[in-house]
Write a protein that binds this ligand. Structure first.
Ligand SMILES: Cc1cc2nc3c(=O)[nH]c(=O)nc-3n(C[C@H](O)[C@H](O)[C@H](O)COP(=O)(O)O)c2cc1C
Length: 327
């Protein structure tokens, strides 16, 4: 699949944008473990228009993360165009438009999934951004606002007409937030529709290599995007790749490997965030870093209680000693 002048591979596997999760360090980890493309966390176009340093710093990425998309959100076409131009200076492969974020603070201001209720504005934003930058523009959205207003077909066709180069669909409505199960039926319909010719990426509830294969067999999308299952389990990308190409799934990472990736993740997060925050934020990842390990809970509780790098490392040492022969 090509985006601009870059070939990102056949059925690319993408790391989903996730606020406070997919920072530069975690994107590098996922790229090393088989993600073909990554995205920044969403960045507010209103904050960018006010030149807020913290928001601008979210553009930062390393060579190892490329190909990368910078994702922006907002409701004002001018601010979005301005933000896209600012993001373009950071030299990403694409600018991605967030038309799916369900959280109240975003939709209350008319951004994210709120644009599913105002498709004319969504299209005005898209056209303004496409006109403003020279690199490909992509979009990520949901099925509709709620079950009674599923309008993704219209949205997909109009976004294509407005000039985007790739569309990602998360198979939920805004009302579902992250509940229930993702519905891939309409994603499949759009993928099969002769009018829709740009790459379509399917997203929602891919939890394993088998799951990924099943989606591809039933819904002919051009690539897959993975969010929560990759959060603390970057191995999922290579597991999917291996299963798709050879029919076998590599053995799960052993305890040493898990500890090593987890420890480096924390260590590398400290320069940008400071030790206290980096230690605190690691709590979101422990569940998956150590998923499937029997009787792990007491150790997880202790990792949660650790307040410093030294304390986390001491618990990781104990985990190593406890589980080295068992996994
Ligand atoms: C903690 C968290 C933060 C997220 N932040 C973003 C974001 O910044 N931009 C975005 O487009 N989607 C965001 N999402 C949605 C994911 O990109 C993805 O669409 C969703 O989690 C469904 O995929 P999954 O089932 O593979 O997790 C976020 C999801 C989670 C759980």
């Amino acid at each position: 699949m090509k985006l601009g002048h870059i070939d990102i591979g056949n059925i690319p596997l993408m790391l989903a944008p996730m606020e406070n999760i997919t920072d530069s360090v975690y994107r590098q980890i996922c790229r090393r473990h088989g993600a073909d493309m990554v995205f920044t966390e969403f960045i507010s176009s209103e904050a960018l228009a006010r030149d807020i340093d913290k928001s601008k710093s979210k553009f930062n990425h390393t060579e190892q993360e490329k190909p990368i998309g910078i994702q922006i959100f907002g409701h004002d076409p001018e601010n979005m165009a301005l933000s896209a131009r600012m993001a373009e200076q950071a030299n990403p492969l694409v600018i991605d438009l967030n038309f799916g974020c369900p959280v109240r603070k975003v939709v209350a201001k008319g951004g994210g999934a709120a644009l599913l209720k105002d498709v004319n504005r969504m299209i005005a934003i898209t056209k303004a951004v496409v006109k403003a930058v020279d690199i490909p523009v992509t979009a990520k959205t949901r099925l509709g606002w709620d079950i009674n207003s599923v309008n993704i077909k219209e949205v997909a066709f109009r976004l294509q007409d407005a000039g985007i180069d790739m569309l990602t669909i998360h198979g939920r409505t805004r009302s579902q937030m992250y509940g229930g199960v993702a519905d891939w039926e309409i994603i499949g319909e759009i993928a099969r529709h002769p009018y829709f010719t740009i790459p379509l990426i399917g997203n929602g509830d891919i939890q394993s290599a088998e799951d990924a294969k099943m989606r591809l067999e039933n819904y002919p999308v051009d690539g897959l995007m993975i969010g929560r299952s990759a959060m603390g389990y970057p191995w999922i990308f290579n597991e999917i790749k291996s299963y798709l190409h050879t029919g076998t799934i590599p053995v799960e990472p052993n305890i040493k490997e898990r500890i090593s990736v987890c420890r480096n993740h924390l260590k590398q997060s400290i320069p940008a965030k400071g030790e206290e925050r980096a230690v605190f934020e690691m709590r979101k990842f422990y569940k998956n870093y150590f998923k499937g390990i029997h009787n792990f809970k007491p150790f997880r509780t202790r990792l949660f209680g650790a307040k410093s790098l030294a304390e986390v490392n001491a618990v990781l040492e104990e985990i190593n000693d406890e589980f080295i022969d068992r996994l």
